[in-house]
Design a protein around this ligand. Structure first.
Ligand code: PMV
Length: 362
């Protein structure tokens, strides 16, 4: 098992290797087209999911380390320049739970500084970008101290595996363009424990746009952790998991072939199904806002009347992600300004696109 392999390979710095250092990584958020909703065991998904890696919505995280003596973790975390005890506790818990794999983190004082490119209260989930950026920093730290680089593929797999434990969907943020997380017979390398990057994506999707309409910027009424848990009693759970498998198989093919029509069908069915699952949970909850539905209607009208392949998806919240080929960027931007900004809180939207995954900063 991969976990045992990582435990066997776990690195502890020798006395002469205990030197101070620092590294900075930028890592993006991602938007799921086939959604992960429902999990079991230690952050394992109940169905496969497929996402686009984003670009503009990202976190930048700097990790500094100074040798220390004695056992136990010692870290300080700052978000946007300020101490954040809740985030710090989350990171400490993650490191403590994985100390068998990252034992060297106890040998140093750690200082972590993280920033998001998007406003904290924009309703954009930041755990995928922030946790994957942190994991990239930790693995880079390990390599710097060890002075023996790991092969890049093995490193990304380990990064995805560790990111998954920090925040499920973060597993998908470590690859360029698009990722698949969760076992499916349609991809021989797929796995529940880590995501794989999709190499064979048609050029039209490699430059796809995602314009994110901020319909409501507040924090979610129900956390995604609680939402995942409610899938256990959901009467539609089995049907949902079967459909997610079918959608994954069809989407992988559509992404390869550049089949935009199938992409639209799957993306919108998945978005609405995710929210239907929330509405049919017990207790039920609704994260959509009236503005979300009004904007969806406008998007469909626009598509029907112009034949421009504009589609939408939703995350676990009311904000609408508009997905479309780059060629239509100026006409869609004009449409957003003219007909959709009225549904956005303070007229806010984020212009994003499919991106290249995490990168190390100078
Ligand atoms: O990674 P989590 O536990 O926050 O769950 C994410 C769930 C969705 O964002 C709704 C869907 C997904 O696959 O990203």
């Amino acid at each position: 098992m991969f976990e045992n392999q990582l435990k066997n390979e776990a690195f502890v710095a020798g006395e002469s290797e205990k030197e101070p250092g620092a590294v900075t990584w930028q890592s993006p958020s991602n938007i799921a087209i086939v959604k992960y909703w429902g999990k079991h065991g230690n952050q394992l998904p109940n169905n496969p999911s497929v996402s686009f890696t984003l670009s503009a919505a990202h976190s930048v995280t700097r990790l500094e380390w100074i040798p220390k003596t004695g056992k136990g973790l010692r870290l300080r975390f700052r978000f946007e320049g300020r101490e954040e005890p809740a985030f710090q506790a989350k990171i400490e818990k993650f490191l403590e739970q994985n100390i068998d794999i990252l034992p060297f983190t106890e040998q140093f004082d750690l200082q972590i500084d993280s920033h998001n490119s998007f406003p904290h209260s924009s309703g954009i989930a930041s755990s995928a970008s922030s946790m994957s950026a942190l994991v990239m920093c930790l693995l880079d730290m390990e390599q710097q101290i060890k002075k023996i680089p790991s092969p890049p593929d093995a490193l990304r797999q380990k990064a995805s595996w560790l990111s998954r434990l920090a925040s499920g969907s973060a597993a998908r943020s470590v690859y360029a363009v698009a990722s698949l997380w969760g076992r499916t017979p349609s991809h021989s390398k797929s796995d529940d424990a880590w995501a794989v990057g999709l190499d064979d994506v048609h050029p039209v999707f490699k430059s796809y746009r995602d314009s994110i309409l901020i319909i409501h910027a507040g924090t979610k009424a129900v956390s995604s952790r609680a939402g995942h848990a409610l899938m256990e009693g959901n009467p539609f759970a089995d049907v949902r998991y079967t459909q997610a498998h079918q959608h994954t198989t069809r989407l992988l093919k559509a992404l390869q072939q550049g089949d935009i029509e199938s992409f639209i069908q799957i993306a919108e069915a998945e978005a609405l199904q995710l929210h239907a699952l929330m509405m049919t949970s017990n207790p039920s909850f609704i994260l959509l806002k009236p503005g979300t539905l009004a904007a969806i209607e406008k998007v469909r009208e626009f598509r029907n009347s112009t034949a421009i392949p504009l589609s939408f998806t939703l995350d676990a919240g009311p904000n609408l992600h508009l997905l479309y080929p780059q060629d239509h960027e100026s006409i869609v931007s004009e449409f957003i300004r003219r007909e959709l900004l009225m549904y956005c809180e303070e007229g806010r939207w984020i212009s994003d696109a499919v991106g290249n995954g995490p990168s190390r900063m100078p």
